[in-house]
Design a protein around this ligand. Structure first.
Ligand code: RFL
Length: 407
């Protein structure tokens, strides 16, 4: 039986951020990851690290180590029936801006930083199970790649193992409340070796929603609205490119080899509270945000920062205030981002193919966004993550949280 301060379960963006920030604070931890290093390093999803998250890494002095990609100019293109509207997320504040940094690049760099610093990261850890979470010293058991059973005792467990992990299922029934929402919308998502757009592009059309995002200098991710129970085989390459050209209003859109495609339902889920005893849920283990608005990974980074700082307060100063309020502070931001993502999801789908009343309401919202500086300012605040719920940890201490969640 070995012993550490924190066992981190999962080596995705949440887990590797918690682990790297703890290491940076001189706090020992062990990361257990079910998959191989190659598998984790190749998982492609998010593409933009929002401004708030870039500044979070900056505050730890880690920006250059862990963020790849290039700075993002903050310009988002909305294309409505082929007509372009550029919206800037610049809020006039000083400091580094968002980064076009694909999720797998962030994870690769966090992993390299943690390992170079002597971090203990155990890939291919099978059958992870959590025990004594309400006691003084929880135990995490697993099997090493050669089948040997192992156990680690710790002061805290960071459950960073995504929506289908084991951390959340270790919590007894009835402790957590799940707030789930199915948007009734499907997206075909396609990765292709094809030129990225000049700006991240969201397109409204009567044929359905479509989007085109950069994922590196020579690759792109595309989204096409489809029925939630559709099958990827129904989408031949020709059909994909034809639909994109129509919905993006760009007959000359360059195609390229498709490297991945899948269909998923747009859904949202929040588990409340994000804590049970000495287990703290982080990122997708606690909440799923529909990808519209690009908040899922960024929320995972937010939780990770709060948890690392809270553990540091306990270990260094015996002050558990931040740890006790971890769940309520995270949930405040989670609901803020859920609302933004839901608003954008409804607006961009309803403006395209909803019945006329809802379509006109959604188009009125877009009209306001394109023409009202106040609307554009509120949008920019949410896109950057610099709205009040995303401000620095010290600005968000408990006094400002009246009526939000519970500890
Ligand atoms: P992850 O990334 O799922 O990582 C969890 C890790 O835990 C491991 N694991 C286990 N390890 C040990 N034992 C077990 N029993 C385990 N079970 C699981 C897994 O192997 C994995 O390594 O969760 P994390 O770290 O919380 O990160 C969350 C983000 O991945 C997620 O929120 C985003 O990808 C969401 N998302 C997007 N977020 C954005 O901010 N911007 C975007 O543009 C964006 N685009 C997307 C997305 C999600 C998508 N999917 C999944 C529908 C686009 C797509 C297509």
């Amino acid at each position: 039986m070995t012993s550490t301060t924190v066992v981190v379960i999962g080596a995705g963006p949440a887990g590797m951020t918690v682990a790297t920030l703890l290491q940076h604070s001189g706090i020992d931890c062990v990361v257990l990851e079910r998959s191989s290093r190659d598998h984790v390093a190749q998982r492609q999803r998010a593409g933009i690290v929002e401004t708030r998250a870039v500044r979070m890494f900056e505050s730890w002095g880690l920006t250059d180590r862990v963020l790849g990609g290039v700075p993002y100019d903050g310009i988002l293109e909305f294309r409505v029936d082929g007509h372009s509207h550029l919206v800037s997320d610049s809020d006039g504040s000083q400091g580094p801006a968002a980064r076009l940094c694909p999720q797998q690049v962030l994870v690769q760099k966090l992993t390299a930083t943690f390992l170079e610093g002597g971090g203990d990261l155990r890939f291919e850890a099978a059958d992870v199970s959590l025990h004594d979470l309400t006691g003084e010293r929880p135990t995490v058991r697993y099997r090493a790649p050669d089948g040997t059973p192992r156990a680690i005792t710790c002061a805290f467990v960071a459950g960073c193992d995504g929506d289908r992990g084991v951390s959340r299922t270790a919590v007894p029934d009835g402790v957590l409340t799940a707030h789930a929402f199915d948007h009734g919308i499907g997206w075909l998502t396609v990765l292709a070796d094809a030129p990225p757009p000049a700006h991240p592009l969201l397109a409204v059309s009567r044929q359905g929603f479509a989007a085109h995002f950069p994922r590196g200098p020579h690759s792109s991710r595309y989204y096409l609205q489809c029925p939630p129970d559709d099958h990827p085989d129904a989408w031949s390459e020709t059909r994909v490119w034809d639909a994109l050209r129509t919905r993006l209003g760009d007959p000359a859109l360059a195609s390229g080899p498709i490297t991945d495609r899948e269909i998923f339902r747009l859904r949202s889920l929040v588990h409340d509270p994000m804590q049970y005893g000495r287990l703290f849920l982080v990122g997708d283990a606690a909440h799923i945000v529909s990808p519209m608005g690009g908040k899922g990974m960024n929320l995972a980074l937010y939780d990770a920062d709060l948890l690392a700082r809270a553990v540091r307060d306990v270990v260094r100063g015996d002050d558990d205030t931040a740890l006790r309020t971890y769940s309520s502070r995270c949930l405040r931001r989670v609901w803020n981002d859920q609302e933004f993502s839901h608003w954008l999801t409804r607006t961009l789908h309803d403006a395209g193919d909803a019945e006329p009343f809802l379509r006109n309401l959604a188009r009125a919202r877009l009209d306001r966004l394109f023409n009202s500086p106040a609307s554009a300012g509120a949008f920019a605040e949410l896109m950057t993550g610099l709205d009040p719920t995303g401000r620095t940890v010290t600005e968000n201490l408990p006094g400002n949280l009246s009526g939000v969640g519970g500890d």
